[in-house]
Design a protein around this ligand. Sequence first.
Ligand SMILES: *Cc1c(COP(=O)(O)O)cnc(C)c1O
Length: 642
Amino acid sequence: MDALDTRTIVEQNAENYAITSWGDPYFKVNGQGRVIVTPEGGNGIDFGKSLDLYELTQDLLDRGMRVPVMVRFPDILKHRLDQINSCFKNAFQEHSYQGRYRGVYPIKVNQQRHLLEELLRHGRAHGLGLEAGSKPELLVVLSMLEDPDALIICNGFKDSEYVETALLAQKIGRYPIIVVDRFEEIDILIAASKKYNIKPHIGFRVKLNSQGAGRWVDSSGARSKFGLTSVEIFEGIDKLKQNDMLDCLELIHSHIGSQIPKIQSIKSSLKEGVRFLTEIYRLGASNLKFIDVGGGLGIDYDGSGASDVSVNYSVQEYANDVVAALQSLCDEKGVPHPDIISESGRYLSAHHSVLVFNVTGNNKLIRTEPPQRVTRNEHQVLQDMQYIFDKLSPKTLNESFNDLSQLRQEFLQLFVYGVLSLEQRAWGEAMYLAIATKMIQISSGQDDVDHIRSVLNQELCDTYFCNFSIFQSIPDLWAVDQIFPVMPIHRLDETPTVFATLADLTCDSDGKIDRFIEGSSGETRPTLPLHELKKGESYYMALFLTGAYQEILGDLHNLFGDTDAVHVSLDDQGGYHLDHYIPGDSVSEVLSYVQYLQHNLMEKVRRASEESIKKGCLSKPDAKQIIKFFEEGLSGYTYLED
Ligand SMILES: *Cc1c(COP(=O)(O)O)cnc(C)c1O
């Protein structure tokens, strides 16, 4: 194959998996047909630092790490942080905006300490703050955020313990803003403030009438869980006034849900939110200096720019629209420009982690050779199938397809009724696959039989067995039908010849992927083009954009635990270093979550083997072996190891 061919194939593959769109600017395919990571984005030849994901995987395995492995790229986090900050800076210039951008990271998106530390390290230059939505999260953010200028946004359900803890944190140099999410919290806040004689920084979360769109549409609107109605805001202002605390009201907050696909919904809810700000200012909250526009800044999971898992706007457009709305409405009402806070969790973290896994095998249904011919003595059903196979032609395709479905039903029934033997049923199934395979072959190029081809393709597609758990690593795929880009990380200089669905390691029938991105069309397809597996050679694939929510939502279905995780930083010389290696759960760790202790389990096995030795049904060497397997198993990985 000449170089030009290879280049065309690589380009075709890149388009086909749509990595050119959802991967932009961090993931690309190089001339060797490997996925590369380019954390500084860039384009053309000069995309800054880069790393070959396949080589990295080999390197990790050489060091004794295991697949599946979650690879985190702190450089991507840094790039995201820089990008959103510079987009707001641009927008400020364009609109002569007086306020600052004060991004906060909502830690519920991914609370892992190493990730938080990376974010805070890179975020220091931008004054990155943190957001907490629960008591445990509050304790994390209050202790981790040491920058006295950075904001701590306190959201979620609050009791007096929550409020008092946040309040007292002011005494250790933190800047917590306690956001009143529900009306009752105002009284708790006033009481706590009196008890410790501390003036709080207060925010009001407003309930907007405008709704977001997409999967999380219920986060906003009149029936949303959080936020004050206009009546409650009015009464709340009164309460603060009576207690001489209206000057403590510093922030107006709204959040219309996550992954908002359309900029139009962001714009309209924003306008409503800003109107609340200007009105509350007019009612005397003269110290109102922050507007928190919440999360919702989406990312492009399918590269289409047009579906619910995509976005029809860039982060620059997002920043422009937020700033434009604020500038015009505030100027109109004579309100000083507030600092802008966004809680863009998904935007910051989704790209930075990639799950690399191996394929452990496949199940092929395509059958190019028919089974042995049946004789005239065989059951009529089988003879009819033989007849279909022999007579199959483009002309008879439609008719044969209908007959085939019926015959299949029949021979399965006849087996149940005791008429056909297991051998006969096996022959029937083999013949069915052979006919279906032949039908797909002769249907190619015939447009009028598209429906037949697509039914059969779906039925005959391969299953690739993948070494990971959907429930642990991409729970949103199962829970909310989220789509994640998934593709091989090598051999992209070869044209894929197989169509397959993916099955994970769990025993759950939901543990499969059968919806894939169809190029960058925004459509989905039931199978993924993949390469034929080669004997003695591992096939590696990766799931992308998994850095937001998946890690913490992941569960222990079938007792598959956390995967290994590794932090990889790139240098300018084309090298990289491993900053952290966080081993995944061992079997005994996972078992301890469900209250099985290693020594108890070992004790039981020892006792059973002692008894068997006594009875003479177990030799001492075999007993030693069982104990050894148990011990090794308990300290091993929960995933398949080679
Ligand atoms: C979940 C949540 C966020 C994060 O939203 P993203 O869409 O991930 O940016 C921000 N703010 C609040 C109040 C949230 O509940």
